[in-house]
Design a protein around this ligand. Structure first.
Ligand code: COA
Length: 326
């Protein structure tokens, strides 16, 4: 696995200079200090270096990938899929692929999809990218949303392990509830409200969020699904090496950790440095921890998310890669 974040760092001071906000408000309400923006990139541009690095680490060539899956809500275009664009950019010669739209849960939904395709025998090896260029759809004049997000992507190779006794991806619990759609969405640009002068003037192509309502739903949803997957698999907090939570708000992460009874040292956090990269948060966290040599073979990991839709879920997996050596 691997990840890519753009080099340009935007601290909270960037917003202090433009909006009625403060570093103190952003830090205490969200845990975010800075994020990365790539104002001139498409999402595929963020995914490409992550995918290249992941393939290189696994020693894969251009004809070794059977399927490309991209989880994103900021596709390069409405169509064709970002998977098609990425396949072309990478020069992959023998694959099919598609995009998955599940917002902040996109990586987990795509991981379960990839797992099912490999387990069914439909594919040997899947390139799965999760990432978003949120700077394309956040309203830089809206202090309630612009400060929350960042740009970035992660990439993983999903494949079967022939070794007997391998656990890998062990279980997943995923949910959707479209009753949440009006609390976090992009009003225009789809078929319900195609672009028009009015939609542009009304700034309807940007993320709109009822933060308080989403916050409450996220605290309950992410904690419940995480406890559910632990109970289904007879896991205690001591058994879990790492919680890998979606990074929307440090307080939502804390609520989940508390419900698990987990030591704070066992939680992967990068929201302080990267903000909410939507489908990118979980694979970027995993890749960072992997590169830092903090993941050991046999570690039990719980990946959890909550996002627009609503979409939410947890994946339980056992880390099967040897410790990373640069
Ligand atoms: N700077 C300063 N003040 C701000 C602000 C900012 N950037 N953004 C909002 N405010 C103001 C609000 O206007 C509100 O003012 P009011 O009371 O005069 O109306 C006040 O701060 C409190 O807003 P509130 O919504 O109660 O804050 P909060 O404690 O709920 O935190 C969020 C706001 C957005 C950080 C929080 O609701 C959240 O994280 N929501 C979920 C986000 C999320 O998970 N989204 C992605 C899906 S996973």
């Amino acid at each position: 696995m691997a990840h890519y974040v753009p080099p340009e760092v935007y601290t909270n001071a960037f917003f202090e200079e433009r909006l009625d906000t403060s570093d103190e408000w952003i830090r205490t309400r969200t845990g975010i200090r800075e994020r990365r923006f790539a104002f001139n990139a498409g999402t595929s541009t963020l995914m490409k270096p992550a995918a290249e690095k992941a393939m290189e680490r696994r020693g894969l060539g251009k004809d070794d990938i059977d399927i490309v899956i991209c989880a994103t809500v900021t596709p390069d275009h409405v169509f064709p899929s970002t998977a098609c664009i990425l396949q072309d950019a990478l020069g992959l010669t023998n694959c099919w692929g598609f995009d998955i739209s599940a917002a902040c849960s996109g990586f987990l939904f795509a991981l379960q999809t990839a797992r099912s395709l490999v387990e069914s025998g439909a594919a040997n090896r899947i390139l799965l990218c999760g990432g978003d260029r949120m700077s394309a759809i956040i309203d830089m004049k809206d202090r309630t949303t612009s400060v929350l997000f960042g740009d970035g992507a992660g990439a993983v190779i999903v494949e079967a392990d022939e070794n007997p006794g391998t656990v890998g991806i062990a279980d997943s619990v995923l949910h959707i509830d479209g009753a949440g759609k009006r609390f976090l969405f992009q009003p225009a640009g789809g078929s319900v409200k195609p672009p028009s002068t009015d939609t542009v003037e009304n700034r309807e192509h940007y993320v709109k969020q009822d933060g308080k309502t989403v916050f409450k739903a996220a605290v309950v949803g992410m904690a419940e699904v995480t406890v559910d997957i632990m109970e289904r698999n007879n896991l205690s907090a001591d058994d879990v090496a790492w919680l890998v939570p979606h990074q929307a708000n440090l307080r939502i992460i804390d609520a989940t950790r508390e419900r698990m009874g987990l030591d704070p040292k066992k939680v992967m956090i990068n929201i302080d440095r990267l903000g909410n990269t939507t489908a990118g948060t979980i694979p970027i966290c995993l890749s960072e921890w992997y590169e830092q040599g903090r993941l050991n073979k046999g570690d039990k990991l719980i990946l959890s998310s909550f996002g627009a839709g609503y979409t939410w879920g947890s994946v339980y997996l056992q880390w099967e890669l040897p410790k990373y050596e640069s």
